[in-house]
Structures are given as structure tokens and as C-alpha cells.
Ligand binder design. Structure first.
Ligand code: FES
Length: 473
């Protein structure tokens, strides 16, 4: 069904400093509660498990494709046959790095976190995204997906021209904007817009990375000049012009032509079932609604998540061709009428609750004892490896029992945003926030993974007379 109800947009509305951004906050669209389908707790715990092997296997194959096509391109350089390996190399380098960048930014593909960080830095460089800037912009994209004036990653800003869209297939003007941006950051300058979503404590890292990127590009250009050939640039630099087209083909399926300013990913995001080759190249990001709803689920578990929540989802698209049968006419129309967007049919939702029914909630008004201890629940209500939400006299806490049976407690809301930690993923002594994958050490409250920057407040917890207690005094 198509409707025509949105206010006429201006490109300036999309700036984070715009009046539209202020209005979004006023209207409760910022860091808001989104629709989530119910998922049985034990099923979700299974889906959240990370393993190193699937991502390691896929990444080794990815590098093999990259190096294999690169070496073939080098061997055939100077002949017309070089076009074939470079066409493959360019797509692997500049298009498929997008989904590797994306997944590793969430810290979910690998169980071993340094591997996520290493892949993130490499893929960020390849896809022309400054790793610091985009780590923060992507956190905002997940809080405020396609909320105008709040989401810095809205790809199809209205109005847009078809010519401008066509240029994106060659990564223009993003290519030139990137070099302007790294040059500015290398000089130690940030824009007012960037200050709205990048914490100042990250600026040092941002400037250092920009200088490294510039040094690499300067080295490649110097080498090209030195040997009198563009060959070095065919490997680093030019792939982002000649090989970025597949990133756009995949990327348009995510949100193009769908609603803005809604709090339901089923209305502003698409899930496209792809063939095995595209699923590999895109790292299952075709399951995009599922990813936005549950960003803690690693890419290799998204098909299982899709099966679980299918009854709550709008109809899926069976392949890219089916998706583009809708996307192309929609974009043609939006180009003429920026007010136009599609409303996707969604089944009646049995629950609009923010809590995805994956955590146990216990409420109590009981007064603490003389030493400040408060009963939370019976021992059996908190099994090893579980976390529950405890609401006491208007405050929210998270109470944890690790796999080895130790009890811990902390404030129940993430220090970064509007999310209950009890909906997160507990592994060892680390709790991962369900919203942007921020991580905390539950023993000390220390931040283990951004975007949170403020430590959690922790409390003593114990077993006492068959009860779990926390000390709030
Ligand atoms: S709300 Fe952002 S990491 Fe928790």
C-alpha cells in the first residue's frame, strides 16, 4: 500500500543540528522504544551464542578471494584479460567490505573480540569509512533508525535526483567527501555535526586514524608515480570507484523508499531472502529487519531468528529481483514526489512491549533489612548464566548469576541509552547491552566495549536463606 502523508522534506532536515532533530526529540522519536516480537528466552539465548569458526572460515575465504583476484589481476596486467580479475577484486574490496565492516562494528561475528576489532579496522579502511566516526554514527543509526534529524546514516535523503543515485554506483560523491573528511581530521578538525554524535574523548583516536589513512594513500600514490603506472591504485583507492556498485545494490534493499519517523523496523526496513552467493557476500544482511530488532544475534544465526519471528513479520522478498520490482518504481516515484513512501503490510502485533520477553522481571517494594539487603527472588528463579531485571521502589537493577554460580548486581539500565541490561547477553562476567552491543564487566561495572563510556554502578549480591539478595543500603 502506498501513502502520501509525510511532511515535505528538505535535505537540511536530515542534519543532526536541524529543527527536525529537535522536533524528533520532542515527539519522543529519539532513543525510543521500538516494536519487538516476542522470542522465547531459551531460544534467544541459543541464538546469541558466538563462535569463532563460522566468521573465521568466511573471513579466510574472503581474503582468499581478494588475494586470488588481486594476484590474477597483477599477472594479467597490460592485457585486456585483467578486466576480469580486477572486476572481482574491486567488488570484494569495495562492496563486500561493507557487510564485514557492519557486522564487526557490532562485535558479534567472532567470539574472540580482538578479531572483531581487527576485521572492523581493516574493513573500515577498505570501504572508505573512518572507523571512529562510523562506530558512533552506527550506534545512532540503531537508536534512531531513519528518524529524520537523528539518524546520520539515512542513505536516501529526500528530495534526491536519479542522477545523484546513479553516481552512487560509482561511489561519487562519497569518495571525494571521504578524502576531504580524513584530510580535515588529520589536521585535527571536527565539524559541529560530528560533535553531536562523536564523544570528545574519541577525537585523539579519530585524528590518529585519519593520519594513518592519509599516509597509506600517499604511499600508494607515490608508488604509482614512481613506477609510472596506475597499477598500485587499482589495488587501493580506485576499487572504491569501480567496485562499489554491489554495495549500492545490496544497500538499497535495506530502507529505500520506506517510511521515515516510525518506531517499527517492519515499516522502515526490508528483509530480502537471497541466494547462497549473495548471502555469503552480504554476510546475511538481507535479514535486515531481524538484525535491526536484535543486533546482538550474530549473522550466522539470523536465518534461525527469521524462522522464529516470521509470524510477526511483513512478507519477505524472495530474492533481489523481487525486491527491485518494488524498489525501482518506488524510487522513480520518490524522485518526482519526495513526499511519497511505501507502507509495508504488517500482521497485527500481539504485543507492542519494548521487552522482548527474553528476560525475567521481578518487582518488589519490600523494605531493605537493617543492613540494607533486599530479597530479589528464590534461588531457583535465577539459573547459572542468566540475568534478570529487578524493579524496586522505582529503580531498576540487573541481577546476574554467572555460569559458575557467582552472583552480581548492577544498575539495570545501560549507561549509554534506553535499554535494559537484563535483555542483554551474559557471557562469563560480561553483560552485553541489547541495543548497541556495549559491554560491561558485571564485577566492577567497567565498560569493556563502546559505545557506553560511563561505568555501571554495581551492588553486592548473595544467597541467603534460599533467597537471592542484593544490598541497596
Ligand atoms: S544503549 Fe547503547 S550500548 Fe546500551
Amino acid at each position: 500500500m502506498a501513502v502520501n502523508v509525510q511532511k515535505q522534506r528538505k535535505l537540511s532536515d536530515y542534519k543532526l543540528s536541524s529543527e527536525q532533530g529537535r522536533l524528533a526529540v520532542e515527539r519522543g522519536l529519539a532513543d525510543a522504544k521500538w516494536y519487538l516480537p516476542p522470542v522465547p528466552r531459551e531460544k534467544m539465548q541459543e541464538l546469541l551464542q558466538r563462535r569463532d569458526w563460522p566468521a573465521l572460515r568466511d573471513t579466510m575465504l574472503w581474503f582468499a578471494l581478494l588475494f586470488g583476484s588481486g594476484i590474477a589481476g597483477l599477472a594479467l596486467w597490460g592485457t585486456p584479460w585483467a578486466i576480469i580479475p580486477f572486476a572481482i577484486y574491486g567488488v570484494i574490496y569495495a562492496s563486500t567490505s561493507d557487510s564485514r565492516w557492519h557486522e564487526s562494528s557490532h562485535g558479534t561475528p567472532f567470539k574472540t573480540d580482538w578479531m572483531n576489532d581487527a576485521l572492523y579496522e581493516i574493513a573500515s579502511f577498505m570501504v572508505l569509512r573512518e572507523s571512529v566516526v562510523w562506530r558512533w554514527s552506527h550506534a545512532r543509526h540503531h537508536s534512531d533508525t531513519i528518524i529524520v534529524g537523528r539518524d546520520p546514516e539515512i542513505g536516501r535523503q529526500r528530495p534526491f535526483s536519479l542522477f545523484g543515485l546513479a553516481l552512487k554506483f560509482f561511489n561519487i560523491p562519497a569518495f571525494f567527501k571521504y578524502f576531504e573528511s580524513i584530510a580535515r581530521h588529520a589536521l585535527g578538525r571536527v565539524t559541529a555535526e560530528e560533535r553531536l554524535f562523536i564523544p570528545e574523548s574519541e577525537f585523539g583516536k579519530l585524528f590518529a586514524r585519519a593520519r594513518i589513512y592519509l599516509a597509506i594513500y600517499a604511499g600508494v600514490v607515490a608508488l604509482a608515480i614512481g613506477i609510472g603506472s596506475i597499477l598500485p591504485l587499482m589495488f587501493i583507492g580506485l576499487p572504491n570507484l569501480y567496485g562499489a556498485w554491489l554495495m549500492v545494490v545490496y544497500g538499497l534493499t535495506q530502507h529505500a523508499g520506506l517510511a521515515e519517523d516510525v518506531l517499527d523496523h517492519r515499516l522502515n526496513t526490508r528483509t530480502v531472502l537471497m541466494n547462497p552467493i549473495n548471502r555469503y557476500l552480504y554476510w546475511n544482511m538481507g535479514y535486515h529487519i531481524e538484525h535491526h530488532m536484535f543486533p546482538m544475534v550474530p549473522y550466522y544465526n539470523l536465518p534461525k531468528l527469521h524462522e522464529l519471528i516470521k509470524p510477526y513479520m511483513p512478507p519477505v522478498y524472495n530474492g533481489l529481483i523481487e525486491a527491485y520490482r518494488e524498489i525501482i518504481p518506488t524510487l522513480l516515484r520518490v524522485a518526482k514526489d519526495p513526499n511519497y513512501y511505501l507502507i509495508r503490510p504488517v500482521p497485527p502485533a500481539p504485543s507492542q512491549s519494548h521487552t522482548p520477553q527474553t528476560s525475567t522481571l521481578i518487582t518488589s517494594d519490600a523494605a531493605p533489612d537493617a543492613e540494607g539487603w533486599v530479597n530479589v527472588c528464590d534461588l531457583v528463579q535465577l539459573l547459572p548464566g542468566e540475568v534478570l531485571r529487578f524493579e524496586h521502589r522505582g529503580n531498576v537493577y540487573a541481577v546476574y548469576r554467572t555460569q559458575i554460580g557467582q552472583l552480581f548486581a548492577s544498575d539495570g539500565k545501560c549507561t549509554h541509552g534506553n535499554a535494559y541490561l537484563a535483555d542483554g547477553f551474559l557471557e562469563g562476567a560480561c553483560i552485553e547491552c541489547p541495543k548497541h552491543n556495549g559491554r560491561f564487566d558485571i564485577r566492577t561495572g567497567a565498560v569493556l566495549r563502546a559505545p557506553p563510556r560511563v561505568a555501571l554502578k554495581t551492588y553486592l549480591a548473595r544467597e541467603h536463606n534460599g533467597q537471592i539478595q542484593i544490598k541497596l543500603g
